[in-house]
Design a protein around this ligand. Structure first.
Ligand SMILES: NC(=O)c1ccc[n+]([C@@H]2O[C@H](COP(=O)([O-])OP(=O)(O)OC[C@H]3O[C@@H](n4cnc5c(N)ncnc54)[C@H](OP(=O)(O)O)[C@@H]3O)[C@@H](O)[C@H]2O)c1
Length: 330
């Protein structure tokens, strides 16, 4: 493929939102040692993609301009670099192109590291596979690694709260939490209450009501574990709803979260807030692919856009009202 051109969308500076995206023709990248060249079939958008464009992680990211955004992709292997042993041309795959600090997915082709690539069985369509990176891994990691939840029904019961349960991360978190012995309380907007109940939540709060804003369980549960997928909720709102050793895993950490985290460590507080920034691993993506194949996890796609309408997909994610994931199909 060396020397051939492909279609990509990139941005060249901070800011600009949708207007900052440009359709360009650029060379197809070549796979290096332990790398795979993939034809991308679908890529999903995470809020971090447009937040980076907005300067949220400035001066750390992006490392350079122009940046072809998106790192959660699925497609087919078209070429393998030297040293690749587990994949061959024609294999269907899911890959992360480096997680939060990555990119290159809003294009016809991308180079993925073999170590961040997973086989995709026929039961996992490309659009679903492309959603199993940052969002699904953040849900899995928050619950299990940081939160300590075991996804087995034989474990003692854990009371879990998931905020923004209708979103890209939250809809996975509800389903994954219900694989364990849990009682799940979830928050979402009124229009998504039935949707979130159907994902398995035991009780659902409308976040725009006083009870929802207070995160108060209708059945009086105290939460052992919270996965916070929304912004603007201070620890003092979580605190009275937590069990004696309740933990809040905050995937949208701001200054208050880092301050409370440090303070709680210093004071040996049993109730804790823990910030989480997720970089997906092949092991976790592989586990999520397996659950999908077995019918234990479903990906809900809010909207799909053809590559020519990547700007509309970007705008949809920026609006912040997706139910499930936003996908671009190549
Ligand atoms: N730390 C990490 O590694 C990591 C990884 C992934 C995502 N994140 C962050 O986590 C957040 C969620 O990501 P996402 O992909 O799930 O976003 P998303 O899909 O854009 O979330 C949209 C959903 O959130 C709901 N929502 C918004 N505000 C809410 C509130 N106050 N209470 C309850 N529901 C609310 C919306 O419902 P309505 O339409 O009804 O308002 C909508 O359904 C983002 O800030 C993202 O950057 C962090």
């Amino acid at each position: 493929m060396a020397g051939k051109l492909m279609h990509a969308v990139w941005y060249t500076c901070f800011g600009g939102g949708v207007a900052g995206l440009k359709h360009v023709e650029i060379p197809i990248p070549s796979p290096g040692h332990d790398e795979i060249l993939m034809k991308i079939e679908a890529a999903s958008i995470n809020p971090i993609d447009w937040k980076i464009q907005d300067g949220f992680l400035r001066p750390l990211l992006p490392k350079k301009f122009p940046l072809v955004p998106l790192s959660d992709v699925a497609g087919e292997v078209v070429e393998v670099g030297p040293g690749v042993t587990n994949f061959k041309t024609g294999d269907k795959i899911v890959a992360t192109l480096g997680g939060l600090s990555g990119g290159g997915g809003l294009a016809d082709y991308a180079v993925a590291k073999e170590s961040l690539t997973v086989s995709r069985p026929p039961e996992v369509p490309a659009a679903d596979g492309a959603c199993l990176g940052i969002a699904a891994c953040a849900a899995l990691h928050s619950l299990t690694v940081t939160g300590g939840l075991k996804l087995e029904k034989t474990e003692p019961r854990t009371n879990v709260l998931i905020t923004a349960a209708s979103g890209g991360v939250g809809h996975y978190a509800v389903q994954l939490a219900k694989l364990g012995n849990t009682h799940v309380t979830a928050t979402c907007g009124a229009r998504n209450i039935d949707f979130v109940k159907n994902l398995g939540a035991d009780e659902v709060l409308d976040y725009k009501t006083p009870e929802g804003a207070a995160l108060k369980s209708p059945s009086g549960q105290k939460y052992d574990l919270v996965v916070n997928c929304t912004t603007g909720i201070p620890f003092k709102t979580f605190e009275p709803n937590l069990s004696a050793t309740g933990k809040v895993i905050d995937i949208t950490p701001g200054g208050g979260t880092f301050f409370n985290y440090a303070l709680q460590k210093l004071t040996f507080s049993k109730k804790q807030v823990i910030p989480l920034l997720m970089n997906p691993t092949a092991q976790e993506i592989g586990f999520l692919v397996k659950l999908t194949k077995e019918g234990k996890l479903k990906t809900v796609i809010d909207s799909r856009y053809p590559f020519s309408q990547a700007e509309a997909a970007w705008a949809k994610s920026i609006e912040g009202h997706a139910t499930g994931k936003v996908v671009v199909e190549m």
